[in-house]
Design a protein around this ligand. Sequence first.
Ligand SMILES: Cc1cc2nc3c(=O)[nH]c(=O)nc-3n(C[C@H](O)[C@H](O)[C@H](O)COP(=O)(O)O)c2cc1C
Length: 358
Amino acid sequence: MPTAARTLADTWLIGDVEIASRVVLAPMAGISAQAFRRQGRRYGVGLVCSEMVSACGLTYGNERTHDYLRIARDERPLAVQIFGSEPERMADAARMVVAAGADIVDINMGCPVRKVTKTGAGSSLIEQDGGDLACRLVEAVVGAVAVPVTVKMRRGERNGSRACLATGPRLVEVGAAALTLHPRSAAQMYTGLADHSLTAELVDLVSVPVIASGDVTSRERAEAVLHGTGAAAVMVARAAQGNPWFLRELTTGADEAPTNDEIVAELVRYARAVSREMGEARAVPFLRKFHAWYLRRGSFARSLRGELATLQTLPEVEATLFAAAPGALAIVESTTADDVDHTDDLELGLPVSIYGGG
Ligand SMILES: Cc1cc2nc3c(=O)[nH]c(=O)nc-3n(C[C@H](O)[C@H](O)[C@H](O)COP(=O)(O)O)c2cc1C
């Protein structure tokens, strides 16, 4: 399709997996819980991704863990992201996540955190051995599973690096079905700007879909990145934190700001889903960062966030939120009826990394 004709609401393919829009919800360690992914799908995201999980922890169970991955029917298609540096172990990990229901296996070549890169994994793979190890990893994983295997990478290790343009096409030659590029260097972490001129160069070099990640913070920017690079889709990470309405705006153009009642209703609905997923004791601290993100919108008293941060139970959190936005209760009651029964969720005893980042 000529890229100018592409819209964010189009359907597209990774291998034979159909993706319902050109908006992809990014993997984010400590954030991309099942509730976050399902919410993304409700708001029009075409593809969701788990946070990165350790191939080592998966196959040996010897990684410090803080979570278990649950896969629900209504979040699919789902990419599960794995990280590691040993081809055989990555192949085993890929078999396990596919057996648990992953539609796509994504390999992390973007995490810049030292604890990950010093093991030879994450962003260090793009340049290590001139990209040879990265190719061997992709080859091993492609050989192990029947689903599409994709790679998410940074531009390279140092500022100004163009290593992604050398390694990316080689990964496609050995079977990668799509590439996501976050065109910052590992050294940059999250500073500076994502340089999507590299994304455009990568698109020209490969025959598979490229997903553009980095600084998609408005609909105009998303369209500019999509059309300016020829990417198949844009990926949204930080701009989706506490702002599912932004995801909906990307595919529909609807840009009305949610009311206080709608914000609280969505937050409560989300909190309940997180609590079902991980239990109340873990959900309450997990949700604190989301309170701050959601309540940045609307017109809430600043003291509300501080008050929520001291609460230890979900009923207390809900009562405080409903007191701040009394119309939210009726919205929650009218929407929970469409929540899906999760007793059939597949749960994988899968350690989600405590490190995180990409
Ligand atoms: C808190 C946080 C955690 C992240 N965890 C991962 C991860 O587990 N795997 C990964 O590939 N990228 C991870 N990333 C990178 C994002 O997927 C994305 O590429 C990056 O944030 C740039 O996109 P943005 O400008 O839309 O935030 C993480 C980013 C953030 C902010």
